[in-house]
Design a protein around this ligand. Sequence first.
Ligand SMILES: *Cc1c(COP(=O)(O)O)cnc(C)c1O
Length: 372
Amino acid sequence: MPERSYPVSRPSIGALEAEYVLDAVQSGWISSIGPYVTRFESDFAAFCETRHAVAVSNGTVALHLAMMAYDIGPGDEVIVPDLSFIATANSVLMAGATPVFCDIEPETLCLDPAALESLITPRTKAVMPVHLYGHPADMPAINAVAARHGLKVIEDAAEAHGAAVLGKPVGGLGDCATFSFYGNKNLTTGEGGMITSDDDAFIARCRVLRDHAMSPTRRYWHEELGYNYRMTNLQAALGCAQLERSEALLEGRRRVFAMYRQRLEGVPGLKLSRTAQWARHAHWLVCVEIEGLDHDRREAFMDRLRARGIDTRPYFYPMSHMPYLTQAATPVASRYAQIGLNLPTYIELEQADIDYICDGLIAETAGLAALA
Ligand SMILES: *Cc1c(COP(=O)(O)O)cnc(C)c1O
């Protein structure tokens, strides 16, 4: 057994969360009506500097609901970056539309605006940039292309609560944005999601579709297909506490990244993720890329780290590689998907922990030649 054990992720749930959740339980408001839902929505809108926020059951249905509210469906195409968690593409399929995979930029690991325009067809309705691993996509450049072609811009900000572009927070950088509050995300409600936007009509439509598309003026009357995508007051209570602590939670991630950078910058064979000069990085998961890895060698490499008690994760596979989604390859996404790893990233990590993890990582990187 290794002397220490580090998971990749661990939520930070404290006394305030316990207090609010207990309060919600004792109040009897345990379903999706209740004061914490309303408060979480308005606090989250303030956090994103948007006019509105709509709480939903998870980040995947947030994306689906946004597309339903924009009437995106069969025959439509939505351009997504090829390197992302599968929910990005699946939500497009759930809407009945077709995801089209765009390559990524090496600097940000996010959708490459220069590769975007050539993928636009008369069927393209939206582009869905993902702020991958906490780094925001190049939104000004993406918005410029989208504006030229009349496309909606839906930010998938599931991994990037607290990130910003030129000082403006993600969530308000496109037509709308979606977030996830899954247990390993920067802020969590266990399971949960949010849609943010400044567009009053769009938000009103999201609210109706979230609640079975029930007519706002005529109870149990439904003019179209809707969904039950509501968040519970219990989840929102957790979310209110997390949001109150968000400054400390995000600062904790920056501190962890700074410790990794101090130990890993300049180590031969190993490259830490980059931050564009216009970006505020939310450091969802610390990223390293190790030259010479491929899928098989990376498995062996991760096994060796696991034997030291260090859990790591591979970068996502390009979504275009999935058997049900096969499309033309995206060379940059394919290359980075083979050499990238996420390191343990949670705010309880101290210098001694980072030293232990980095010592192991540096030793295994040096020994990589022996793995082949
Ligand atoms: C986590 C995640 C989602 C989905 O969120 P869930 O709450 O798990 O449904 C969507 N997109 C990206 C990029 C994610 O990382």
